[in-house]
Design a protein around this ligand. Structure first.
Ligand code: S3P
Length: 449
């Protein structure tokens, strides 16, 4: 966690509009995968733009503990010399995945089909999150998991010495579960099949191909059927990690909401399975222009020009949720400041994120005067409350809640306080400095620390 103390912070309307050109840190999903796949490949992979946030550093440490050589070069690139599939060894201590659900769940897949024993834990937030969604289907390959009651961390796994391929239909749209199964399938004989009911982010499929695996993806009902040929030889292949669209979301919404602002964010990942927020903001009347579209490391990338806009309320279909699953807290902030009502549908999965994000987002908005309700899995926000701000948000070890609340304070009538800014480092190291550089007013609150 950041050593910037005290932990409580306050944001308020800046005296001048936000302006400037920035880049955001590397994509979290791609960074985890880059370290894991490179750790299973033969040869040395050079990763440029890796997210150096707490979550990803946990994955780097875990891959090192399992036998991959992982080091940071003097120019900031990361070099990973893999062991080859099947070559990992048992770690000699507990693997601590910190706050990261992605690291924990994907690593369960890696461990399941290796002939090793490992114990995994995480912080208080991660130890509350459900792991059964990965350990139950992974057990079918022959791995034996023992987890705490409710399928929670800490867990112990004895991986399968000769893993069977998996065939599984995901009950929830989850790229983490899909990726865990594909990672296990890498060291299983035969073809692993994963059926997803709705398309979810496909960074694992893209990266597997990048490293030379044979993966086929075909449309299947409303979703996809993914088939992976087991025991390929993954060959080291350099990776350029694009800027994280889920991190870009915070300066984007801040610039839309602070009158007169205009910012540019270069090199943002634009994988269509990640850009639901941009689609939604455009529908709300946002002035966002994408320029310089290109491809970097097998993923679409572009530069975004964002100009302050008057936003209107929106009805977001449930089918869009997988493409913007991490963006609902910041979208809810935009909706609270938009004209008219919004309905965000199908948010059940938010209950099992770093916090119960449905309840936490509701509380964040209510304590700051917004009119908001939860009906089943939908959130209904009545934009344009008379006066917003003035509340203290309990961030509950959730980085995205902390950043969303600080953005709310930048546009609300009164300042917004958060109790703890430290978890921002899990996904967006340098957030405070970068936002202040654009002109945002964020201050540490000494007396509340
Ligand atoms: C991720 C998938 C999403 C997302 C998480 C990262 C990934 O989780 O919320 O931050 O990298 O695969 P689910 O797959 O559980 O929806």
């Amino acid at each position: 966690m950041s050593s910037e103390t005290p932990h409580a912070h306050r944001s308020h309307r800046p005296a001048t509009p936000l302006s400037g050109s920035i880049t955001v840190p590397g994509d979290k999903s791609i960074s985890h995968r880059a370290l894991m796949f490179a750790g299973l490949a033969i040869g040395e992979t050079r990763i440029t733009g890796l997210l150096e946030g707490e979550d990803v550093l946990r994955t780097a440490a875990a891959m090192r503990a399992l036998g991959a050589a992982v080091r940071r070069d003097s120019d900031g690139a990361w070099l990973v010399a893999g062991t080859g599939i099947g070559g990992l060894h048992s770690p000699d201590d507990v693997l601590d995945m910190g706050n990261s659900g992605t690291a924990a769940r994907l690593l369960c897949g890696v461990l399941a089909s290796h002939d090793i024993f490992a114990v995994m834990t995480g912080d208080a937030s991660l130890r509350r999150r459900p792991m059964r969604r990965v350990i139950d289907p992974l057990a079918a390959c022959g791995a034996v998991f023992a987890a705490r009651e409710g399928g929670r961390l800490p867990l112990a796994v004895t991986g399968a010495a000769d893993a069977r391929p998996l065939s599984y239909r995901l009950p929830v749209a989850s790229a983490q579960v899909k990726s865990a199964l594909l990672l296990a399938g890498l060291n299983a004989r035969g073809i692993t099949e994963v059926e997803e009911p709705e398309p979810t982010r496909d960074h694992s499929e893209n990266m597997l191909r990048h490293f030379g695996a044979v993966v086929s993806v075909v449309p299947h009902g409303a979703g996809k059927l993914i088939r992976l040929q087991g025991q390929p030889e993954l060959i080291a292949a350099d990776i350029i990690v694009p800027g994280d669209p889920s991190s870009a979301a915070f300066p984007i919404v801040a610039a839309l909401l602070v009158p007169g602002s205009r910012i540019t964010i270069a090199g943002v990942g634009l994988n269509p399975l990640r850009t639901g927020l941009f689609t939604t903001l455009l529908e709300m009347g946002a002035d966002i222009t994408i320029t310089n579209k290109r491809e970097a490391g097998g993923e679409p990338v572009g530069d975004l020009v964002v100009v302050a806009s008057s936003l209107r309320g929106i009805d977001v279909p449930a089918a869009r949720a997988p493409s913007m699953i991490d963006e609902y807290p910041i979208l809810a902030v935009a909706c609270a400041l938009a004209r008219g009502p919004s309905r965000l549908r199908g948010l059940g999965e938010l209950r099992v994120k770093e916090s119960d994000r449905l309840a936490a987002t509701l509380a964040m908005l209510r304590v700051n005067g917004a009119h908001v309700e939860v009906e089943g899995d939908d959130m209904i926000i009545d934009g344009g409350a008379n006066r917003l701000g003035g509340g203290t948000v309990l961030t509950q070890m959730d980085h995205r809640l902390a950043m969303s609340a600080l953005v709310l304070g930048m546009a609300a009538d009164a300042p917004v306080m958060i109790d703890d800014a430290r978890f921002i480092d899990t996904s967006f190291p340098g957030f405070m400095g970068l936002m202040r550089g654009l002109g945002a007013a964020i201050e540490a609150e000494p007396e509340a620390a």
